[in-house]
Write a protein of this length. Sequence first.
Length: 157
Amino acid sequence: MALLAQVNVAVPRAPLDDPLMAGFANAFDAVARLAETAPGFVWRLGAESGPGHPVLTGAAGGGGNLVVNVSVWRDYRSLHEFTYRSVHGQFLLRRRRWFAAGPQPSTALWWVADQERPGVEPALARLRFLRTHGPSPQAFSLLRQFAEDGRPLRRSR
């Protein structure tokens, strides 16, 4: 059985301990716990060490930092419900307070084997592939998805 992996990145407007980032930083643990209890959730990067801070990595070529979120879900519907229909969606509406505009797309999806847990670099490689080549079975977007077998999926309304 294949599972849906996702990576999304954001460029913070300030270091996470800066007062400007307090709304995001203070809510991170609670939203991570919410994800971990959401139907269809399988795994998130950093969950092994318990609640904590978002994963930060140096931005390739940019010299700054990126907040990187990598997670695995049973299916797209589960990911979508958590992302847009839970409290997480309310934080998405306020993301411009904490994050600057960055290269798009900022999210990539792909299918992984049941036990596969992607690391930061492989996940970022999928995002770079999507940015360079566009949506494909190797890395696709929220708007143009592919089934496990590589077939393009129609977007449900």
